[in-house]
Unconditional design. Structure first.
Length: 409
């Protein structure tokens, strides 16, 4: 049985309900709803083979709740039964040079600063295992990857032989996979029973106090600060700040070795080690509860204005005949289109990942095309779904001879 399926939440809350269920992070009942969207696709990066399948893809509701006690945000209407993680789940970002640059820097940091070399590394939610393989190569480490969406055939023969890949959702049953390092990148935000998940990991470590635990996930602070409604979507049922992440780890008997931000403050990184008892806050970055409460209140007030702004902007481009396209057929793109209610105003979306091209976005059914196909389309405006890629996209447009206006979200 998986972590998710053990603690299913199937709450059909009304839009106006103020009270949310207990916080999955700290157990308190002081959560309040700050944002809601109805009928959003249950998955955003599952490839759809045709437009009909895409538009009929199952949907769920978003009821984003903020816990006043620990600062954690979660979708209190999340229904794990809608989860469908399989090899068609196309989450990889490793086709981007900018992303690979970040991945290489992080690998170097893990090997050099944290001494992850000649170690046995278990990665929970390894995706297509590109990062795990880089870490194994750079530090002469041995790697075990657990993920239902793993695609061994995409790896080199050498990495396929050296990595142990398990195509399953991590659960208590994997506790026997003992390792020196437990890595978990961009996975915790997909898990609703966060404390239960962390307890499983902590139990699997037992009294082996030398185990290093490294997590990476999106930081909700910038999402709230910049009212990025496109960063709130069904796949992500859990949203962390530095403080709420640290509080979860400390309560589950971990000491925080380091906690920092990277990738233009979009990602949180945490290095922890197991200890016998819960620990107390000691880092400045953890002290964010009052700031977060204010940011959550601001998001509640500003989100509708932001949605309207982007809807009007894209519609205006369309009315002017400028054929706006979105660049980056990932979760942000799906959330941007579905939450803003944009359909025909955008005809196509572009992605550099060849495994996405020729497929369709869930819910809206927008076709995903390659940058080369975009040249024929000749757009007047290209909206980049993550501004960190603006330079990279501009270079590709220049190479293709596309003179569209480039704007970031
Ligand atoms: Zn809480």
């Amino acid at each position: 049985m998986t972590v998710q399926s053990r603690q299913q939440t199937d709450s059909a809350q009304s839009v106006n309900s103020i009270k949310a269920p207990c916080c999955p992070n700290c157990g308190s009942s002081s959560s309040r709803q700050i944002y809601s969207v109805d009928g959003i696709p249950a998955h955003s990066v599952l490839l759809m083979p045709d437009q009909t399948t895409a538009t009929q893809y199952p949907r769920g509701d978003m009821r984003l709740s903020f816990c006043e006690q620990c600062g954690f945000l979660s979708n209190s209407a999340f229904n794990v039964k809608l989860n469908e993680y399989n090899p068609d789940y196309e989450e990889t970002q490793h086709f981007s040079a900018r992303f690979n640059e970040f991945a290489d820097e992080l690998v170097a940091d893990l090997v050099n600063r944290f001494g992850i070399r000649n170690k046995r590394v278990l990665e929970i939610g390894c995706g297509k295992a590109e990062f795990l393989w880089r870490l194994c190569e750079a530090g002469n480490n041995e790697g075990i990857g657990v993920d239902p969406s793993v695609r061994p055939e995409r790896l080199s023969t050498e990495s396929r032989q050296k990595l142990q890949l398990i195509p399953e959702l991590y659960s208590e049953e994997h506790a026997q996979l003992q390792a020196d390092v437990i890595l978990c990148r961009h996975t915790l935000e997909h898990i609703q029973p966060t404390r239960e998940f962390l307890d499983i990991i902590r139990r699997s470590i037992g009294d082996r106090s030398n185990v290093q635990v490294c997590f990476e996930l999106p930081d909700v602070r910038i999402v709230l600060e910049e009212t990025r409604f496109w960063d709130v979507y069904y796949e992500h049922c859990s949203y962390f700040s530095a403080g709420s992440l640290a509080r979860l780890f400390r309560a589950a008997s971990f000491e925080i070795v380091d906690l920092w931000r990277d990738y233009d403050d979009q990602y949180l990184l945490l290095m922890a080690r197991p200890v016998p008892q819960p620990t107390v806050a000691s880092l400045e970055i953890e002290d964010d509860l009052s700031e977060l409460s204010a940011l959550a209140a601001a998001f509640e007030v500003n989100s509708q204005t932001q949605i309207t702004h982007w809807r009007d902007t894209i519609r205006q481009f369309h009315h002017e005949g400028r054929q706006p396209v979105l660049w980056g057929a990932g979760s942000k793109c799906v959330a941007f289109l579905t939450t803003a209610g944009l359909e025909h105003e955008v005809e196509v979306v572009v992605d550099i990942n060849p495994h996405k091209q020729g497929k369709f976005l869930p819910a809206t059914g927008h076709p995903v095309i390659s940058p080369a196909q975009l040249k024929e389309y000749a757009p007047g405006v290209v909206v980049v779904m993550n501004s960190i890629y603006l330079n990279e996209v501009q270079q590709q447009l220049d190479q293709l001879g596309i003179s569209a206006e480039l704007i970031g979200t």
